[in-house]
Unconditional design. Structure first.
Length: 509
């Protein structure tokens, strides 16, 4: 339930209490400490540790302690505290295996050596008797030869231990600095674990679907945005409110810009001639209308003639107005949809061609991802849960919209809708799409942050094998989602795996 590490230094006992489930610090517990049958007061510190000041502590040796943890999850811990001696060595657990002790751990070699000693001694005695020498000298020679047979073999550790030198070991390293141990594991003190926020989980086997990885980019929803282009081209004229800026919110139908189309010289000449002819016809019609009205007023003319001339004159005036208007007609560019201006850098007076992209409007809440799927079966894939990962950002949940039937650079385009686009997402931003396909398979599912690359290129995870000791374990993984992986091999259920801070541990040398 708990992990408890105590550090006794300068007369102060500092306790680090963490949960066994996730290695998170426990800061709201009540601790009752008993050392050698004597109750010691424990004080909670603001930094999340607990401090005790025991009195009458010996200068060295091993002391038995009892710790009672109260709170929502009470527990009783029994352990021992190894104190350093005056020379700096720990009095407990620091014994050195001697050559004789190591030798006694090897019964087969011991029997062979004893048999050799007996044979050598017997042979020497026989030779001594044969040569007529003193029996005492023969016995000492036998012992000396037996020692030469058994003595040269170096001392080794017991089975299951490293073979080390027979010389006395150096004092133990009592530094709290993170370091890589000789067996490849990492020592990380509890104080450092608190700084790096190391967190663990218990590996559990479960069923999860396989996933494929697709490379994609962010695009706009075709129904929630649009492009603004000129159909004729010409000179840009700002509207009354000015040209829109990047990121400005616009509504459907808002005037974004005006375009004055260019008029060639030949067209201007033709229009001028037509205007002259129409002006002449209008002047003639006005003269005839005046005469017809005078005659009709005196009774010498008819009223219908006046009406005909008025209709003719009105038609000439309309033709002239239309010709004048078409000569300088300005194209009005309006917003095709609600949204924000995503692109556009035109300026007043700039001459643009027809079909040039002047503005792009997008809806930040309506963005898609266009991914590329390779293979002949790409267009028939049935996608399950789909997610997308941004570089350094949170994963996004996607919804499959459809796939194309036309290859683009030997790949099938696949569209996914982003359920809740995060703020600041831009068009064209590259993303990695992870889509689950096929039936679920058993395995251990972990956060992607738990998997790191070892120094030799292996894919590894870090197991917590002790409160302050971590070991690297090579694994084989398969992608499940943007933030999850499936451990296909190399790890057993129940192991405590570092899921936060694995990258820091991996860098310790």
């Amino acid at each position: 339930m708990y992990q408890l590490v105590g550090v006794f230094r300068d007369g102060i006992l500092t306790l680090y209490l963490d949960r066994q489930a996730d290695n998170a610090p426990v800061t709201n517990a009540t601790i009752a400490l008993e050392i050698d049958g004597q109750a010691v007061a424990v004080e909670a510190r603001p930094n999340g540790t607990y401090r005790a000041t025991p009195e009458g502590m010996p200068s060295g040796g091993e002391i038995e302690i009892f710790i009672t943890i109260g709170g929502p999850e009470p527990d009783l811990l029994v352990g021992s505290l190894a104190l350093e001696t005056a020379s700096g060595e720990a009095s407990a657990g620091q014994g050195v295996i001697s050559g004789i002790a190591a030798f006694l751990h090897r019964p087969l070699e011991m029997k062979v050596a004893l048999l050799g000693m007996a044979v050598t001694g017997l042979t020497t005695l026989l030779l001594g008797w044969a040569w007529g020498r003193d029996r005492r000298g023969a016995v000492w020679v036998a012992i000396l030869l037996a020692g030469l047979v058994a003595g040269p073999d170096p001392a080794q550790a017991a089975p299951g231990h490293d073979h080390g030198p027979a010389a006395p070991a150096a004092p133990a390293n009592r530094s709290d600095a993170p370091r890589r141990l000789p067996d490849g594991s990492v020592f990380l003190a509890k104080s450092t674990q608190r700084l790096l926020e190391i967190r663990t989980v218990a590996a559990q086997e479960e069923a999860a679907g396989r996933a494929i990885s697709l490379i994609g980019r962010v695009v706009s929803d075709p129904n929630r945005g649009g492009l603004v282009q000129s159909t004729v081209g010409g000179r840009v004229v700002p509207p009354n409110g000015g040209l829109p800026r990047l990121g400005q919110t616009v509504r459907r139908g808002d005037v974004l810009a005006l375009i004055e189309p260019p008029l060639p010289a030949a067209d201007r000449t033709t229009i001028a001639e037509r205007l002259g002819e129409i002006d002449q016809s209008i002047a003639s019609a006005e003269t005839r209308l005046q005469r017809a009205r005078t005659l009709a007023a005196s009774g010498a003319g008819i009223r219908t003639q006046v009406v005909d001339i008025e209709v003719e004159l009105e038609g000439l005036r309309r033709r002239r107005a239309m010709l004048t208007q078409n000569r300088g007609a300005t194209e009005i560019l309006r917003a095709p949809a609600d949204g924000v201006i995503a692109s556009g850098g035109i300026q007043a007076g700039q001459v643009v061609e027809a079909r040039d992209l002047l503005f792009q409007i997008i809806d930040p809440a309506g963005l898609w991802v266009e991914a590329s799927a390779f293979g002949p079966e790409a267009s028939t894939l049935r996608f399950g849960a789909v997610s997308a990962a941004l570089g350094g950002g949170p994963p996004m949940t996607l919804r499959f919209m459809g796939s194309g039937r036309t290859l683009q650079q030997q790949a099938t385009p696949v569209h996914f809708a982003i359920e809740t686009p995060p703020p600041g997402l831009s068009l064209g931003q590259p993303v990695t799409v992870l889509a689950q396909i096929g039936d679920p398979v058993p395995g251990i599912v972990l956060d992607r942050a738990a998997v790191v690359r070892g120094g030799n290129g292996e894919t590894i995870v870090w197991r917590q094998v002790g409160p302050e000791r971590f070991e690297a374990t090579p694994v084989r993984i398969e992608s499940l989602a943007a933030d999850r992986v499936l451990i296909a091999a190399g790890l057993e259920a129940g192991a405590r795996i570092v899921v936060r801070g694995a990258g820091f541990i991996n860098q310790i040398r």
